[in-house]
Design a protein around this ligand. Structure first.
Ligand code: NAP
Length: 251
């Protein structure tokens, strides 16, 4: 599964959800910055292709499965940066019409998944002497929007884990940065709409969304700050989007 041996002299960055979108772009950016990147996701074929391209290490990871997380972290002797990126949305429904399985998926993936991986890697991040946890939340972690409660509640939950850790880790050598993007064109909407490409494309047509590299460049900048500088929260939106509820199409 692993495509390259680790080199203990290089800083190690773990990126969850590295098989597509923001995670893949981040893995590529951090490898370009000289990190030994460990890529985790369920679609191992994609991870292996990217790992081979950037000289990283591919490891199967399902953040909703405790045994998968145990296997993923086993043998990761050094971890300097953790990017909690694995996540997403399922469906767009009012609370009245909520699909409980969709809600469970969103909470298991974004909230409990982030907790599982972070908890497992905290000792290694502290041992690094200059650890960094970047968590990709969302505008959905800042404000509600119609039909979005499953996702906005999960992203608020994920954000609270991250923001609480910022308090609990004070005095330890671990920095924490929350990145809250608005609309980024990735596979996010394809997943949200169960593979319906027309519905997914409609989300981004008529405006210019962010692309995954826009977010990855910010993460690369955050990781390059000196150890005493903590960038707490970065909200990143397309110019065409003013809030989770307003963009140039909605007026
Ligand atoms: P994406 O292209 O769908 O990527 C999602 C990644 O998460 C994939 O690599 C997927 O890999 C991984 N993933 C999903 N479930 C997983 C699981 N159980 N275990 C491990 N990995 C899992 O979407 P994206 O836009 O890049 O999303 C990345 C993060 O940004 C998410 O947390 C999302 O909520 C957040 N975000 C996205 C936007 C946006 O507009 N796109 C805006 C704000 C925040 P596998 O399917 O291979 O496991």
């Amino acid at each position: 599964m692993s495509t390259a041996a680790s080199d203990t002299s290089r800083r190690v960055a773990v990126v969850t959800g590295a098989s597509s979108g923001i995670g893949a772009a981040t893995a590529r950016a951090l490898a370009g910055d000289g990190y030994d990147v460990v890529l985790g996701a369920r679609r191992v074929d994609r991870l292996e292709a990217l790992a081979a391209e950037i000289g990283g290490r591919a490891r199967q990871l399902d953040v909703t499965d405790p045994e998968s997380v145990d296997r993923f972290v086993a043998g990761l002797d050094r971890v300097d940066v953790l990017v909690n990126n694995a996540g997403g949305a399922k469906g767009l429904a009012t609370v009245a019409d909520a699909d409980l399985d969709d809600w469970r998926w969103m909470w298991e993936t974004n909230v409990v998944g982030t907790l599982r991986v972070t908890k497992a890697l905290l000792p290694a991040l502290e041992a690094s002497g200059d650890g960094l946890i970047v968590t990709i939340t969302s505008l959905a972690a800042i404000e509600p929007y119609d039909n979005g409660a499953g996702y906005t509640s999960a992203k608020h939950g994920q954000a609270m884990i991250h923001r609480t850790l910022r308090l609990e880790l004070l005095g330890k050598p671990i920095r924490l940065t929350e990145i809250a993007p608005g609309m980024v064109e990735t596979e996010f909407s394809l997943v949200r709409f169960d593979g319906d490409a027309d519905k997914a494309d409609a989300v981004y047509s008529g405006l210019e969304p962010l692309v995954a590299d826009d977010v990855a460049e910010v993460i690369s900048f955050v990781a390059s700050r000196p150890p005493h500088v903590n960038m707490d929260q970065i909200v990143l939106k397309p110019r065409d989007q003013a809030s989770a509820r307003r963009n140039i199409k909605t007026g």
